[in-house]
Structure formats: structure tokens, C-alpha cells
Write a protein that binds this ligand. Structure first.
Ligand SMILES: Cc1ncc(COP(=O)(O)O)c(C=O)c1O
Length: 591
């Protein structure tokens, strides 16, 4: 079916239009070719928000409606405001030399508006972006019925996009033609707008601007006259967001399902394979060029790698610590190193480096990055490289491998949220390891117990997950220890099925010495839901207040986060981080 359709389209194409100008000069013209229901209007608003881009809404619409004799409720008005003559549209709107004062011009088009019996050469003078959505999702998002199968296939718009893509690829004329077309996915744009827009801008040779992520609600003057009919949901939002019911949950007529399967799935999958992958987004751009210590060498971020034979790759066989730098000093350094060495001893690592050696590597790395504040260090000690894959430590003949990874990172929760915003928790179905299986006192890199819980938190849009022990009592979160306050008493679970956190210990000692009654106790969810205050602790976040657990607001009659005692402890903890007695100075090291 797809081949028959394509051949018909190919053979009817004629070439009446001769080119008037070379497009090596500004402005840069971008055609967006898309299907209905694919966030193309949002993408048009996004480009408009850059400030250096003019946008034009479907300039080929009248041409398409007239030539294909298509009915639309606004047909007459459309034919009045837009020329149905493609040559005029090209010379007066798309290819016009003096019309635009901006550096960029963005033309939004439905793929089907590029009719096969016209000359397509002009599109080679522009950058072309194909915005692709799974045909099933496109068709399922139509509110009204889909009519016959043929028109459903046409409505999906997919075959037109396939044709545009293959036309551009097949008429390559110089080496830059690879840049003349790219494919982005609707799902990427909605799921990861910044990464997708960054990748797209890079491909187009333009800077990404954060203004592309937000615009005013309610539409723009450039909206086509059809906006009232089609743009309700685009006008209601000011960013790329998921709209409507998940289309995979809707049922489509059987004939349409099988047409999708037979005619549309293959071209969709072929195009999808060529999609631009969203760019990775660093939470802090300052970390783009850091230096990392790996196995005794200081390496640039992109070169900092370990062997595939390393034990951490083979079995998560490593131990780790998270450390923090405050005011040129490393907080609780000796305590962290002791915990790391004890964990490595429990796992019978051989050739554990001396603590002075580890310190030297840390200092060297911090100096190389000029990091003396606002820094978190991920310290990892692996069992080292194996001579052959497998789990047995008898394959380890080279001794341990130390990794010092320092990053610019303020006090944040594990979801990278500043601790000034209170956290939301859910309870995980995963039980935190107890010593019967794998003692949580070992600070090891086999973090899947915690990662599975974190995935549940992510799916529930929560910051972290509370984890229970074997008996159903609260142990900790996937990344932090937990405390609660009830009637002025501070409680925390026994360290039986949780990491005995260094921050946890510091808070217990600190509160006891400042007269707060602090008790270790078996605590259930009932106690946490009904607490006056709840907070999490860890080197990464310090003390982070919790506002909600499993939908229950903490202290609903006085919802203040941090609460009075948490706030007092936060201040005292901050003082301790500044107190030289609890930290080690970053010493000078000769390189
Ligand atoms: C599971 C878990 N709990 C608690 C903590 C907090 O420990 P600390 O206060 O020593 O940073 C961590 C930190 O690594 C952790 O991974």
C-alpha cells in the first residue's frame, strides 16, 4: 500500500517553478513539516518566543484546500486571506527577500499541504524539520470519528512526511544537504522539551534560548484563521505539556488498527530510527568541563572512564561516599573515609588505599577544579579491574580503583530540587535490605534496591520514596535517613535496615546536646503521617523538610515547612558545617 501510494505521488510531480535566489543569505528559513495533533503549534510559539524569529502559520493551507477541494468550515475566509496559488505563496511569503527583518523565519506546515503535483525544489533552500508522532497516537487523538480507512491514513499525515524526507535525501546535491532535514519526535518534545530543543537548535546551527520553553497563553497574532477551530488546547497552555487522555488507552476501529499495522508502522519506525536524540541537560552547566580522578589519573570529564572489566561494571562491586565541601574544608571527611574503608573491609577488598592516599587524590582533584565551596564529591572505591568477566574476586589481580568525582552542587534533594522547597514522599513497595539479605550498613554501589524505589517515586511525581523494613516499619528513603517530631520529641528509626548516615548521627548528637529529646525507635507510617514535622537528612541535602507523604499533608493544621524544630536544627547544622572541628582543610598538594 505504501509503495503504491508513493509511486502515484512521485509520477504526478511536475517541476514548474524556477528558483529566483540562492539562499546562502540571511534569514535562515525553517520549514516544520508535521502531522495533526503533534504539538506543531506549540513549537511555532516556542520559536516565536526566541525573539529573533518570525513565524508563519501554514502558508500552504489555502493552496492545499483549493487544489484538493477539501471542505473546511472556514474555507471561504481562508481563500480570501491566503493565496491558493503556490507560486505567489513562495514568492510573496516563503522565499520573499525583503519581507522579514528577523534572522530566522519559521514556517509551520502540515506535510500533506505539500502537494505532489508541484515542484518541491524550493524546500531544499530551507532547513527542514520533520515533527513525527506515532500514527496510532495521532489518529486516537481525533475527537470525532475517523471516516473510512483511506482518509484515516491520509489524516495521519505520515506518508507525506515519509515522502518529504525521502525527496530531500534523494536529491542531495552537496555535502551540506545532510543538514537540510532532521526528524524530531512529538514524544521527545513533550517529555523532554529542553533536551529536544537544544538538539534541534544545534542541528539548525542556532543558539538554544531558555525563552523557547515558555510563552504567553492565548495564541499569537500570527495564528491562522483556523485557530478558533483547532488551537483550544495549544492556547490553554504556555509550555510543552501532555494533553488529553493517553491515546494508547483509546480503542480505534479494527480496520484502522490494521491499516496502521500494515501501512504506517514501517515508515514510522524507519523515520523514528533517524530521530534527533535530545541533548543531555546538565543540572549545573559549570560541571560541563570538570576534571575527575580515576585510578590515579586526573582526566577531563569526557575521558574519565573505567574498564569494562572493572568490578563495578561486572557486579556493582564497589563502595562509595558522598562528601561536601564547605568554605575550603571537607565536612566530616575522616568519618566518611572510615565508613568507606569499613564497607570495603566487609566486602574483603584487597589493596584498599591508605586514607592519606585517598585524601591526596581528593585534594588534588578539588584544586584542579578550583572547587572550595558549593561542591559535592562522589567518592567510589571499586574492587578493581578483573582479568576476566565474572563475579569471583579471585579474578581481581590489580587492586582497588579509586574515583573522585567532584561536582558543583548546592544543597539539593536526590531529585535535584533545592532544599528550600519541601519534599514530597511516597512509600515504595520495595523493602529496604536488612542484614538477613544484604546489610544496609555496607555503603555499596549495588544500588538497585534504592533505584527501584526511586523509580516508583518518579512515576508518582514525588521527590523520593520512603522504604519500609521487613516488618513494615519505616527504615529510610531511597537516598536519605528520616526523622520525625511529635510533641517536641525527635524520633528516627533504628539503624537496622538503613544506612547509619553520618548526617543522621550528627543530628542525633547535636539535638541531644542542645536539650532536644531524641529517640531511636521502631516507627510505622502511622507515626510519620501524624507527625508534627518530618525531615530527611544526608550529606547531599543536609536537612530537607517533608511536606507530604503518600498524599497525607504533614501537620495539616499548621502546614509550615520547615517547621519550628526542623528550622532550628537546620540552623545549628549549618553552624556545625562552618565549625573547623568537624571538617578537614583542603591541603596543598604538589602536582
Ligand atoms: C540510602 C542512604 N541513606 C542515607 C544516606 C545519608 O547518609 P549521609 O548522611 O552519611 O550522607 C545516604 C547517602 O549516601 C544513602 O545513600
Amino acid at each position: 500500500m505504501i509503495n503504491v501510494l508513493r509511486n502515484v505521488l512521485r509520477t504526478t510531480r511536475v517541476v514548474p517553478f524556477s528558483l529566483k535566489r540562492s539562499f546562502s543569505t540571511a534569514p535562515k528559513r525553517i520549514n516544520l513539516w508535521t502531522q495533526p495533533r503533534s504539538s506543531s503549534t506549540s513549537l511555532m510559539y516556542s520559536f516565536k518566543s526566541r525573539g529573533d524569529c518570525s513565524v508563519v502559520d501554514e502558508p500552504l493551507y489555502a493552496h492545499y484546500v483549493e487544489k484538493r477541494n477539501v471542505y473546511r468550515p472556514y474555507r471561504e475566509q481562508l481563500l480570501q486571506v491566503q493565496s491558493p496559488n503556490i507560486d505567489s505563496v513562495l514568492s510573496d511569503v516563503i522565499l520573499c527577500e525583503n519581507k522579514y527583518t528577523t534572522d530566522l523565519v519559521f514556517f509551520k506546515h502540515m506535510g500533506k499541504q505539500l502537494l505532489p503535483d508541484t515542484d518541491w525544489k524550493w524546500i531544499l533552500q530551507c532547513h527542514n524539520v520533520i515533527l513525527l508522532r506515532h500514527p496510532r497516537d495521532v489518529l486516537a487523538s481525533f475527537h470525532a470519528g475517523l471516516g473510512d480507512v483511506e482518509s484515516a491514513i491520509e489524516e495521519s499525515g505520515l506518508l507525506s512526511l515519509w515522502d518529504i524526507f525521502t525527496y530531500i535525501k534523494e536529491t542531495k546535491s552537496n555535502k551540506n544537504d545532510d543538514d537540510r532535514v532532521c526528524i524530531i519526535l512529538h514524544d521527545d518534545l513533550i517529555g523532554n522539551p529542553e533536551g529536544t530543543l537544544r538538539a534541534l537548535c544545534k542541528k539548525l546551527g542556532i543558539d538554544f534560548t531558555p525563552s523557547m520553553l515558555k510563552w504567553e497563553k492565548g495564541g499569537i497574532p500570527e495564528d491562522g484563521i483556523w485557530a478558533k477551530t483547532w488551537y483550544h488546547s495549544s492556547h490553554a497552555s504556555n509550555s510543552f505539556i501532555k494533553k488529553g487522555v493517553e491515546s494508547s488507552l483509546k480503542t480505534l476501529p479494527e480496520a484502522v488498527e490494521s491499516a496502521i499495522e500494515l501501512d504506517l508502522l514501517k515508515p514510522f519506525e524507519e523515520l523514528q530510527k533517524l530521530r534527533l536524540k535530545p541533548e543531555p541537560i546538565l543540572p549545573d552547566e559549570r560541571n560541563a568541563h570538570i576534571k575527575i580522578h580515576v585510578g590515579g589519573k586526573l582526566l577531563d570529564r569526557n575521558d574519565a572512564k573505567i574498564s569494562v572489566f572493572d568490578s563495578v561494571v561486572q557486579g556493582g562491586d564497589a563502595v562509595w561516599e558522598g562528601l561536601r565541601v564547605y568554605n575550603g574544608r571537607i565536612f566530616e571527611l575522616d568519618e566518611h573515609l572510615q565508613r568507606m574503608v569499613e564497607s570495603a573491609h566487609m566486602l574483603m577488598f584487597e589493596g584498599i588505599p591508605a586514607q592519606d592516599e585517598i585524601k591526596r587524590a581528593i585534594f588534588e582533584c578539588l584544586h584542579a577544579n578550583k572547587m572550595y565551596n558549593d561542591t559535592h564529591i562522589r567518592l567510589t572505591l571499586t574492587r578493581g579491574q578483573k582479568v576476566s568477566s565474572g563475579m569471583s574476586p579471585t579474578n581481581n589481580q590489580e587492586g582497588c580503583c579509586l574515583i573522585v568525582l567532584p561536582e558543583w552542587k548546592g544543597l539539593v534533594s536526590s531529585s535535584n530540587k533545592s532544599v528550600s522547597a519541601p519534599m514530597t514522599l511516597i512509600t515504595s513497595t520495595q523493602r529496604r535490605n536488612n542484614p538477613m539479605f544484604l546489610d544496609s550498613k555496607i555503603h555499596h554501589n549495588n544500588l538497585l534496591n534504592n533505584i527501584l524505589a526511586k523509580i516508583e517515586a518518579n512515576l508518582a511525581n514525588a521527590d523520593d520514596a520512603l522504604m519500609l523494613d521487613m516488618d513494615g516499619f519505616v527504615s529510610e528513603t531511597n537516598a536519605t535517613n528520616v526523622f520525625m517530631i511529635k510533641d517536641n520529641v525527635l524520633y528516627t528509626p533504628f539503624a537496622d535496615a538503613c544506612l547509619p548516615g553520618i548526617t543522621r548521627k550528627r543530628i542525633i548528637d547535636m539535638s541531644r546536646s542542645s536539650g532536644i529529646n531524641c529517640q531511636e525507635k521502631r516507627l510505622s507510617l502511622f507515626d510519620f503521617y501524624n507527625a508534627d514535622e518530618v525531615f530527611c537528612t544526608g550529606t547531599m541535602c543536609g536537612l530537607a523538610p517533608v511536606a507530604r507523604i503518600d498524599g497525607r499533608i504533614i501537620n495539616p493544621s499548621n502546614p509550615k515547612y520547615p517547621g519550628a524544630i526542623t528550622s532550628k536544627l537546620q540552623k545549628e547544622y549549618l553552624k556545625i558545617t562552618e565549625d573547623d572541628r568537624y571538617s578537614v582543610k583542603i591541603e596543598d598538594v604538589k602536582f
